[in-house]
Design a binder for this molecule. Structure first.
Ligand SMILES: *[C@@H]1O[C@H](CO)[C@@H](O)[C@H](O)[C@H]1NC(C)=O
Ligand SMILES: *[C@@H]1O[C@H](CO)[C@@H](O)[C@H](O)[C@H]1NC(C)=O
Ligand SMILES: *[C@@H]1O[C@H](CO)[C@@H](O)[C@H](O)[C@H]1NC(C)=O
Ligand SMILES: [Cu+2]
Length: 255
C-alpha cells in the first residue's frame, strides 16, 4: 500500500515536472512573407486528416540525450514501430541566397547552448526520403557562446523574439534539401548523457542557378555527436572559456 502510494506520488511529481519544464520546437517557418506552420506535436495528431506540414513529425517538445539513436536526426521516434525522420508531405520553396526565419516556441532561460543548422540533399523525392545512417549532412550555420558570454540560445534567441535566421548559401545548387536545425541545451551537459539535442527537420526546395555543393566532409546523424565530441560534454555554468561548437566546420563554399 505504502509502495503504491509512493509510486503514484512519483508519477504525479514527474508529470508536474514535465509541465513546468516544457522545452520547445520550431512552431513556424517564415520565408519572405510566407508562413509555414511547423509540426505541432500537441494538436496535429488529433486531427483527421492531420494537417500537412513541411516539418517532419516530432513526438513532443522534449530532447534527445542518447546521441546514438536515430532520434538525434530529426527528433523522430525510434520505437513504437516508426523509424526516425519520417518524411513530411510538403516542402517550402526558397531561392538560394535568401533568408529563412525559424520561430521557436518560448525557450526556457536555463537551457543555454548553441544553435546549429545543417543541410542534406535528397537524392529523390524529399517527401519519400529518409537519410538513415548515411553521411549526407553538411553544416551551413552555427552560433555558440559569444566572447562576452551570450549564448545563441537562450540570450540571443529570446532577445530576437524567438526568431532564428539563417541564409541558404547563395551558390548552392538547386534541389530538395532537409534543413536539420537544432538547439543543444547544455544545462546538464557536465557529463554524458547530459546534453539535450532538440532537432527539427524542415523540407525545402532550393531554386537558382548555383552549382556549389561540398565535395567532401559530409557527416551522419547519428554518428557526428558522441560523448567525446568537443562541446557535447561541457560545464556551461562553470566553464568560462570558449565553447567549442560540436560537429564539422561550416561549409562556406556556397557563399
Ligand atoms: C511566432 O509564432 C507564434 C505562434 O504562432 C506567434 O504568436 C508569434 O507572433 C510568431 N512570431 C513572429 C515574430 O512571427
Ligand atoms: C532576428 O530576426 C529577424 C527577423 O525577424 C532577422 O532578420 C534577424 O536576422 C534575426 N537575428 C538573429 C540573430 O537571428
Ligand atoms: C572548458 O571547456 C573546454 C572546451 O570543452 C575544455 O577544454 C576545458 O577543459 C574546460 N575547462 C574546465 C575547467 O573544465
Ligand atoms: Cu528542457
Amino acid at each position: 500500500m505504502f509502495v503504491k502510494l509512493l509510486s503514484l506520488t512519483t508519477a504525479l511529481a514527474s508529470l508536474a515536472f514535465r509541465e513546468v519544464s516544457a522545452h520547445g520546437y520550431v512552431q513556424d517557418v517564415v520565408i519572405g512573407s510566407t508562413h509555414y506552420t511547423g509540426y505541432l506535436p500537441y494538436t496535429d495528431p488529433y486531427y483527421n486528416p492531420p494537417p500537412e506540414r513541411i516539418i517532419r513529425k516530432i513526438p513532443g517538445n522534449g530532447p534527445v540525450t542518447d546521441l546514438s539513436l536515430i532520434d538525434v536526426q530529426c527528433n523522430g521516434y525510434s520505437d513504437g514501430g516508426v523509424i526516425g525522420s519520417a518524411p513530411a508531405p510538403l516542402f517550402a520553396t526558397v531561392a538560394a541566397g535568401s533568408q529563412v526565419n525559424l520561430n521557436w516556441t518560448t525557450w526556457p532561460d536555463s537551457h543555454i547552448g548553441p544553435m546549429i543548422t545543417y543541410l542534406a540533399q535528397a537524392p529523390s523525392d524529399i517527401t519519400q526520403w529518409s537519410p538513415g545512417n548515411g553521411a549526407v549532412w553538411f553544416k551551413i550555420a552555427e552560433a555558440g557562446k559569444t566572447t562576452d558570454g551570450k549564448w545563441a540560445a537562450t540570450d540571443i534567441l529570446t532577445a530576437n523574439d524567438s526568431i532564428y535566421t539563417f541564409t541558404i548559401p547563395k551558390n548552392l545548387k538547386a534541389g530538395q534539401y532537409i534543413v536539420r536545425h537544432e538547439i543543444i541545451a547544455l544545462h546538464a551537459a557536465w557529463t554524458y548523457p547530459g546534453a539535450q539535442v532538440y532537432p527539427s527537420c524542415i523540407q525545402i526546395q532550393v531554386t537558382g542557378s548555383g552549382t556549389a555543393f561540398p565535395t567532401s566532409g559530409l557527416v551522419s546523424f547519428p554518428g557526428t555527436y558522441t560523448a567525446t565530441t568537443p562541446g557535447i560534454v561541457y560545464d556551461a555554468y562553470q566553464n568560462t572559456s570558449a565553447y567549442p561548437i560540436p560537429g564539422p566546420a561550416v561549409w562556406t563554399g556556397g557563399n
